[in-house]
Design a protein. Structure first.
Length: 67
């Protein structure tokens, strides 16, 4: 019977020594325990800079540059 610790990592290709598996496990656990970084400050606005066609008025003058 295998223990859950035996299936924690699986080597897909090649052969890893127990020391190599211990090293990669320590790295992964340290990264998981690290505090998350602060979110980057937002740059600019949250809304799109272009207008959606369904929100424009239904009529445009014939001499309008938009139509």
């Amino acid at each position: 019977m295998t223990s859950p610790a035996d299936n924690l990592l699986r080597v897909e290709k090649g052969h890893a020594e127990p020391e190599e598996l211990a090293a990669i496990t320590a790295i992964l656990l340290a990264r998981a325990a690290a505090a998350p970084e602060a979110p980057a400050p937002s740059r600019g606005r949250d809304k799109a800079g272009w207008r959606r066609l369904e929100r424009t008025p239904g009529f445009r003058a014939p001499h309008s540059w938009q139509g």
